[in-house]
Design a protein. Structure first.
Ligand code: GLN
Length: 382
């Protein structure tokens, strides 16, 4: 057996969702919307399935979808992409990250990562032969400080993985921070793999800047239809970048999944035609949900961190008067009827900050029941 996988557990998202189901707990853990995606997009998928074709689409993705992705990013992010040479449709962003690492690094190459980091990154970097160099961002603002970031780069650095908005901290990387990262990438001839799956989920006027706009030639940007259209199970991702990167990327993709279901690709093509109002409405609904959850919790003595992007907010356990590790509290909370995600799942070292992440892409009723369970879980400790 491969020793890396032999030493890994099951991903925390699966574990917490399973526990929530077993215990009948409200699931504020794994990040997925409670609503099952817009009806018209589901109907487009149903039609596309019945009308076909359902055979292999082009390896890099349906031309109409690649054109729609190019048009979307031109309209929203000031980026001009050549749909034939600079876009590949993947089976989710996770596949795109794996393909990028397989395509861009050789064993022994260094990869700069930032903690907190999405749980898939580190195992994939190591499996691809990369040597991780981890920089820790600090709460509550999770900023990229030039000095600490620069110290992680050296002549072996080949790839830097960033995620903005950042899961789980819900922080948004500023243009100035991206420019600083870009300068370091250029100086070291490193590629930035920019995981931007939460690009459309922004609150309080936060603005998403794509790394592709800042560093056009050295960035492989990753987007996700699942996050844009509240259809996380569809696993349709967009990899975008210069032909020099994309050609090798596509060679990794062709032997990972080869293609992505054509019916879903056609439905996502339709979805990308939605007006700006669709995205604005999604953000304002989510912002209301965030505020509802946060005010229920803060009214009862919880302290939460700022949440400007994605659909997560975190509880600062120590500041909330809970002297417990994040994992211990997550276990305690699920016994009281609510699943959360402990931040330590996003850290390589065992000294993660004592924070738990909550997903607020839920109905008011679910949020209220989740808040109540958290309040009871906290009270039982005081
Ligand atoms: N991205 C989702 C989250 O952060 C989980 C995805 C998964 O379960 N693999 O909760």
């Amino acid at each position: 057996m491969n020793s890396l996988y032999a030493s890994l557990g099951t991903t925390v998202f699966e574990v917490m969702s399973r526990l929530a189901a077993e215990k009948g707990a409200v699931n504020l853990g794994q990040g997925f919307p409670e609503d099952d995606g817009p009806r018209d997009i589901l109907e487009a998928a149903a039609r596309a399935t019945l009308e076909g074709p359902n055979q292999y689409p082009s390896m890099r993705g349906l031309p109409e979808l690649r054109q729609a992705v190019a048009a979307h990013y031109r309209a929203y992010q000031n980026v001009d992409l050549d749909w034939q040479r600079e876009i590949t449709i993947t089976s989710g962003a996770t596949e795109a990250i794996a393909a990028a690492l397989l395509a861009f690094i050789e064993p022994g190459d260094e990869v700069v990562l930032f903690e907190p980091l999405y749980d898939a990154y580190l195992p994939m970097v190591k499996r691809a032969g990369g040597v991780p160099r981890i920089v820790r961002l600090q709460p509550p603002h999770w900023r990229f400080e030039r000095e600490t970031v620069a110290a992680a780069f050296n002549e072996k650095t080949r790839v830097v993985i960033i995620n903005t908005p950042l899961n789980p901290s819900a922080s948004v990387t500023s243009r100035a921070e991206l420019e600083m990262l870009a300068e370091l990438c250029r100086a070291h001839n490193a590629i930035c793999v920019s995981d931007e799956v939460w690009e459309h989920l922004l609150f309080d006027g936060a603005e998403h800047v794509s790394m592709l706009e800042v560093m056009r030639d050295h960035t492989l940007k990753i987007g996700s239809a699942g996050k844009m259209f509240s259809l996380t199970g569809w696993k349709v991702g967009f990899a975008c970048g210069a032909p020099e990167l994309m050609d090798n990327f596509a060679k990794a993709h062709q032997f990972l999944t080869f293609t992505t279901p054509p019916n879903l690709q056609r439905a996502v093509t339709y979805a990308l035609g939605k007006p700006r109002a669709y995205f604005e409405e999604m953000c304002s609904t989510l912002q209301r949900s965030r505020d509802r959850l946060v005010s229920a919790l803060e009214g009862e003595g919880f302290v939460t961190l700022p949440a400007r992007g994605a659909y997560f907010v975190s509880i600062d356990l120590a500041a909330s008067g809970i002297a417990m590790s994040d994992e211990a509290f997550a276990r305690h909370a699920v016994d009281h009827g609510v699943a959360t995600i402990p931040f330590s799942a996003f850290y390589a070292a065992p000294d993660a900050p004592a924070l738990v992440r909550l997903c607020f892409a839920k109905s008011d009723d679910t949020l209220d029941r989740g808040a109540e369970a958290l309040i009871n879980a906290r009270r039982s400790l005081l």
